[in-house]
Design a protein around this ligand. Structure first.
Ligand code: HEM
Length: 424
């Protein structure tokens, strides 16, 4: 007999990873995958969906059997027109960080971790608070002028980009441009755009790549900047990095370091505003903002999936996979696995084992920006609750447009209003 829980499950045959139903409410699908088919081939993308926490962990912790080479492949094949645009810009995704299984990875990764280890992040808190304060002051003016405001475009999206630019010593480009390039890259490689849209996106990605190549090669990187650190880095054979690898590292860090954190802040704010009483508590209670961020990372992380490819035939979750099988690790679903987290559907800040979530991956490629992302999101939440204590979600907040890419999911709007409307 089927259990009542399974009766309520959506039929897995209808699963569309880019469909509105999955993007808006992925939980019933993720529960059904874990319960009925924990390692399942998805005909829509050709990927094997791996959804139980224990299987996802096993894959992440065994990078020799499950390689990261496919981490940045375009999930929707690029048409010739888009490939031509990229080729003209010299675009190539050389193995650098997330997609690098070579002996050069640990050294290059150390260049990144030196910028984002816990002490450096702690020292950056005043920078994060200053930028957050400036953006929220502008949001307050907008609220006073019109009575409502979108905290995604005015705050969540901009804060991580400005902070990252300061921490990495990036200049010569506006935050708005960097955000546009980064979002275009996510959509081109992790989205399901039409061929016309792919061409538009490829044009932006080509511009981004050309700017990065110029920045890496013009010899003008400020001392102490990320680009200067890459120039000083030596590979295991003692040689400097080639331009393609340095550009590949910058490309990934400039995308990973801001878009994902902006998405996390959007979800953190949206969920906090919807939770009765929480907005006041995060403003005043020590540790509550941090605990809320961690629980959001478990239940609704911005990086919802990540890819690996099998290096040899291997058994996983009772399924025999051939060499070269492309896996999609359901990071978000693993955070709601009842084998690990009791009452996973409930938001329980301070749950004892919350740090077992896999929102930042695990093992050799675990996200080196985790400390920065956590800190920025907690500072952002606390600052928003202190600067804008009276706001509430706008009437339309529930219908916010959603970003729904293969590996990235978040609200694209956090519409809020003040109860008394405009001040003028
Ligand atoms: C909420 C924000 C973020 C989330 C959810 C996130 C998540 C992830 C995930 C899932 C991976 C792959 C891990 C694996 O393969 O095991 C990753 C890798 C990576 N992330 Fe993040 N990330 C975030 C923010 C950041 C930030 C702020 C930075 C940099 C400042 C960053 C830089 C990187 C880099 C460089 C890698 C590749 C590491 C390697 O291959 O050695 N990420 N991230």
């Amino acid at each position: 007999m089927t259990s009542p829980a399974l009766d309520a499950s959506p039929p897995l045959g209808l699963l569309d990873l880019f469909g509105d139903g999955f993007v808006r409410d992925p939980y019933p699908w993720l529960d059904a995958l874990r319960a009925q088919a924990p390692v399942r081939h998805d005909p829509g993308t050709g990927l094997w969906l791996v959804s139980r926490h224990r299987d996802v962990s096993r894959v992440l912790l065994d990078p020799d059997a499950f390689r990261p080479d496919n981490a940045q492949h375009a999930v929707t094949p690029l048409p010739v027109s888009a490939l031509r645009v990229l080729a003209r810009a010299g675009f190539r995704l050389a193995p650098a960080l997330a997609n690098n299984a070579t002996a050069g990875h640990p050294g290059l990764r150390r260049v990144v971790t030196r910028f984002f280890h816990a002490q450096r992040v702690a020292a950056a808190v005043p920078v994060i608070e200053r930028v957050a304060g400036e953006l929220l002051a502008a949001a307050r003016e907008r609220l006073d002028a019109s009575g409502d405001c979108d905290l995604y475009s005015s705050f969540a999206q901009i804060l991580p980009c400005r902070v990252l630019m300061e921490l990495l010593g990036v200049d010569g480009v506006s935050p708005a441009t960097l955000i546009r390039w980064s979002d275009a890259s996510l959509e081109l490689f992790w989205g399901r755009p039409t061929p016309e849209r792919q061409l538009e996106l490829a044009t932006l990605v080509a511009e981004f790549h050309q700017w990065l190549t110029h920045t890496v090669t013009d010899g003008a990187a400020p001392p102490g900047s990320f680009v200067a650190a890459l120039a000083a880095h030596r590979r295991p054979d003692g040689e400097p990095l080639d331009v393609e690898t340095a550009v590949g590292a910058c490309f990934f860090v400039l995308i990973a370091g801001q878009s994902t954190t902006g998405q996390l802040i959007a979800t953190v704010l949206r969920r906090a505003l919807a939770e009765p009483g929480l907005w006041t508590r995060v403003a005043d209670e020590p540790g509550t903002a941090e605990a809320w961020v961690e629980e959001v990372l478990r239940r609704e992380p911005p990086v919802t999936t990540w890819r690996r490819v099998t290096a040899r035939p291997v058994e996983l979750g009772g399924v025999d996979l051939p060499r070269g099988a492309q896996l999609l690790l359901m990071l978000m679903g693993s955070g709601s696995d009842p084998e690990v987290f009791t009452a996973p559907q409930d938001m329980c800040p301070h749950r004892a084992n919350v740090r077992r979530h896999l929102a930042f991956g695990a093992g050799r490629h675990r996200c080196p920006g985790a400390s920065l992302a956590r800190t920025e999101a907690a500072v952002a939440l606390r600052a928003a609750a202190r600067h804008l204590p009276a706001i509430r979600p706008s009437a339309t907040a529930g219908d916010a447009p959603m970003l729904g890419l293969l590996s990235f999911r978040a609200p694209l709007q956090v519409a809020v209003e003040q109860p008394w409307g405009p001040r003028t």
